[in-house]
Design a protein around this ligand. Sequence first.
Ligand SMILES: [Zn+2]
Length: 280
Amino acid sequence: MITRTDAVVLKSMKYRDSSKIVTFYSRRFGKVKGIAKGARQMKSKFGGSLEPLSTVSLILYKKDQRELQLISQSDVLKTYKNIHSELERMAVGLAIIELINQLTHDEEGNDALYTLLVKSLDELECAHKHFMNFFLAFELRCASVLGYMPSLDACKGCGRKLDDLVAEDSAVFQTGKGAVLCNRCWQPETVPRQGVVQTVRSGGSGTSSDEGNIRVSIGALKGLQRLLHDPLESIGSLDLGSVLGNEIDGTLRLYLRQHFEDLKPIKSFDMLKRFKRPPA
Ligand SMILES: [Zn+2]
């Protein structure tokens, strides 16, 4: 079957002397892998359309049950000039496609996820600052589209809103349930497993917990809520600052790992964090 779909290139690798094997996230089929014969020859018809982060119109010769489809044509729909020309923006873009590659299975179409992916890259391309927010927002929204949207606006026990919890400084985030419990409602003895509450506040990432219950500042919970619900076009103007940014990053890492066990570290993002860390 010859079929056409829009897609974003996630990964591209050399295959034999002249070809490439390319992984796409496509609107119609979700993640799909294909072979582009002759893609590495000088005058290839594919041009630059198979580079990661390219948004393309793809024509596939597709057979069900075949792991590797035949890519018959790929035309660039959009080039992200700013993403390609700035290291930090580029690292965030690469982190986004690395994450979607890890969290999705082959050939499970998800229109909402495709739309989120393209919109995130579009807004990252236009943003003026705070590029890392786009990855944090994408992590949260991607998990949400895949069925794990956390409920962050109020305590799950008593219903008090985050704004009413500010005086308490922090609350417990149950990563397994995606729910917040205030200090009044948090009673470790009522939690099925012995709840060891960990803090991710100092240093951000690097803490891990099998228990899944972590103490998070109200500021970070509010930041997470905005990353999840604010319009994507305004995410670049959200100034989280490095302390809150690290806490949010650490919290999200634990949240995602709780729901996607096979999740490996996102190399592009970790590289970016090392790059951004001020010299000691
Ligand atoms: Zn409560």
